[in-house]
Design a protein around this ligand. Structure first.
Ligand code: KG4
Ligand code: ZN
Length: 334
């Protein structure tokens, strides 16, 4: 069978990235230009700055990617592009680049939902087995997705308000930790104890999550202690917050595994790097005798490798777009 080479392009938030993947499983080359240092000064991603930075970097990133792969556009079978969800101005930069390449080189254009990308990051390390449960935890998403086959997604539930990563970043902010604060809270949590009482959100019968109440509870706790002149033990607060956040996710994952008869679980998105969540997922899947896969960090945070990997399966599924394809800041994974 002929090898299929997909060029992936990702620009949905603050990473400009291009990658080439062979047959959906083998990374040939990846280039990522991150804007974290720029947005740090503002305590979060500033959409207008993000899109301007993408404009500056997209051509260079694409050129470097082809160069690194020792390939030209003639060697590429199709172009996979994140069309959404994400920051609209940022998405448009990648999309226009992808459309231009598709038009000039006469290559099929494959629209990729960003979450499909996070899920397919897994196929770069392990073959996916079905029925699988994808636990998608990132700065913008907290979702449980069931897949019965390649490119057959069923959303079981998701966050009703803040995403888990967003909650981590806001909690970090009130603790005076630099953006993105998630990894810093995680690091502190490892040294602390679960001493502060915080509520476990949404203990209901759904597969949904809610993190805004937990975020407010931490912010209120910090402000109240400050007003009383008490010093916060940051390590203990991080540990208490992490315990509750992770428990809330694990409870719903457990329910999904049991009720949906899941045999294979993958964790995807930036928060998959979290030590508390990784440990809890390992324990849970061991207890329920289910296989677990968590891709290495470089595939968990935003990158075009995962978009190119998803692109292969979308290509096989016949999912092509024409040049009228538009970006969407929000869209359901289908
Ligand atoms: O997947 P990602 O790179 O971007 C989105 O698509 O949103 O995820 C970034 C998010 C940020 O909120 C960051 O704070 C969080 O992932 N994150 C973590 C950890 N590492 C990254 N949150 C908790 N613990 C970590 N170790
Ligand atoms: Zn992402």
């Amino acid at each position: 069978m002929k090898d299929i080479y997909i060029l992936g392009i990702e620009s949905s938030c603050d990473e400009t990235s291009a990658a080439i993947v062979k047959n959906g499983r083998e990374e040939i080359a990846t280039i990522i230009s991150s804007q974290i240092e720029i947005h740090k000064d503002y305590g979060g991603v500033v959409p207008e700055i993000a899109s301007r930075e993408h404009v500056k970097h997209i051509s260079i990133v694409l050129e470097e990617c082809l160069e690194k792969a020792h390939m030209s556009m003639d060697d590429i079978d199709a172009i996979a592009i994140t069309y959404g969800p994400g920051l609209i101005g940022s998405l448009l930069v990648g999309l226009e680049a992808a459309k231009t390449l598709s038009f000039v080189y006469n290559k099929p254009l494959i629209p990729i939902h960003h979450i499909a990308g996070h899920i397919y990051a897994n196929s770069l390390v392990k073959e996916m087995k079905f029925p699988l449960l994808a636990v998608v935890v990132s700065g913008g998403h907290t979702e449980l997705i069931e897949m019965k086959d390649h490119y057959k997604f069923e959303k079981l539930g998701g966050t009703l308000d803040d995403a888990i990563g967003e909650c981590y970043d806001k909690v970090a902010r009130v603790m005076d930790l630099e953006y993105p604060g998630g990894p810093k809270v995680d690091k502190l949590a490892l040294k602390g104890k679960n001493t502060y009482k915080l509520p476990i959100p949404l203990r209901d019968d759904s597969y949904n999550f809610s993190f805004s109440g937990l975020k407010s509870a931490v912010i209120n706790l910090v402000h109240n202690e400050e007003q009383r002149g008490n010093e916060i033990n940051k390590e203990d607060l991080a540990s208490s917050f992490q315990t509750v956040a992770v428990t809330s996710i694990i409870n719903k994952v457990k329910k999904a595994i049991v009720e949906r008869n899941i045999k294979y679980v993958i964790v995807a998105g930036g928060v998959a790097a979290n030590h508390g969540l990784r440990t809890a997922m390992e324990e849970l899947t061991k207890e329920l005798n289910v296989e677990l896969s968590i891709p290495p960090m470089k595939y968990c945070t935003d990158n075009a490798t995962m978009i190119a990997a998803a692109g292969y399966y979308a290509y096989k599924d016949g999912r092509k777009a024409d040049l009228t394809l538009n970006s969407k800041s929000q869209d359901t994974l289908k």
